[in-house]
Design a protein around this ligand. Sequence first.
Ligand SMILES: NC(=O)c1ccc[n+]([C@@H]2O[C@H](COP(=O)([O-])OP(=O)(O)OC[C@H]3O[C@@H](n4cnc5c(N)ncnc54)[C@H](O)[C@@H]3O)[C@@H](O)[C@H]2O)c1
Length: 335
Amino acid sequence: MPDKVGVAVVGVGFVGGAAHVPSFKKIEDSELIALCARTEKRVKPLAEQYQVKYYLDYDELLEDPKLDAVVLSVPTPLHYDSSMKAIKKGKHVLCEMPIAPKIEQVRELQKAAKQAGVLLMPVLNFRFAPIYLKVKEMIKAGTIGKPIAIHFREFIPAKSLAEQWPAGSWAWDIEKSGGYPDFTLSVWSLDMFRWMFESEISEVEWMVNYPRIEKYGGIYGYNTMGVIKFANGIVGSLHYGASVTPSASISRLEVYGDNTNVLHAINVDKILLYGADEKPQEFNLEVKGTRVWGHRQLDEHFIDCILHKKKPQVTVEDAITAQEIAQRIVKRIKK
Ligand SMILES: NC(=O)c1ccc[n+]([C@@H]2O[C@H](COP(=O)([O-])OP(=O)(O)OC[C@H]3O[C@@H](n4cnc5c(N)ncnc54)[C@H](O)[C@@H]3O)[C@@H](O)[C@H]2O)c1
């Protein structure tokens, strides 16, 4: 392996173009050697902006002699084939979540990567997000005693959902995506909870309501609620929603402790600690760009694991666990 890992970002849409491309461009131990997409529309201007070549043919990219690793941010139905092809060519794979719509496919990829001696790592970036790292650090420091309960909500605007995944796109096809957008979009936080509370989610019950939103092309602005219990006794309620206006699109994690103190993590940069004082203590984080949701940190970690043969902090097993919990939503939809 040379000093730098030659990386190509495959799929330059919502997450590939906006997060992984700028992120890899800045990572010292990697060289962004190429971008790849199906059509020129988005990839050509991006390639010009970052001064990197682009391919419109994935098979051709895989023959590039400078290529060591691919970052797959194509739609989920393409993950299995694209990962398998790369693995068989001896390339490392950083794959967006869900790794594949079906758990059996994820296991096949896991086996193939092991046999080929390459790293297959999922993009479970919430564990690397500064806001959640800070909350975990505060819990570890004893600010709320032992966590006993959580509330979590994550809303994305109906408008954004319709732009990213319009009605009829792959994300609304259970076979292609593994679920619906709420299945896809819950995997990151479910993984983050397991990491934050160092315990498995042993029980989950989902309830769903799918209101049709005519003004955004008839997408379903899901409201998906979960009640969960961790093996260590923590109980929680989760609400994933995409039926709101942009001004209401917040994310908020509330953690209740057995010393009666409470932590609130709001969006990406504000933490409130409710303690003995009348007013909560406020912490504001200074994070910007691709570091906000942990993409840059996770991308750096991927490169570090390749160069120094480290075990990744997020594994395919973590991806499978998150997907299994999220997949129970699908059973609710079918009812
Ligand atoms: N980690 C995160 O924060 C995060 C956030 C959103 C989505 N995602 C995941 O990322 C993946 C992509 O989602 P998105 O919303 O960015 O999709 P998108 O539709 O915005 O972008 C997909 C990209 O893939 C390209 N593409 C499509 N077919 C291709 C092919 N055959 N060969 C090469 N390129 C091809 C498209 O041209 C486009 O550039 C999904 O698996 C999704 O679940 C991750």
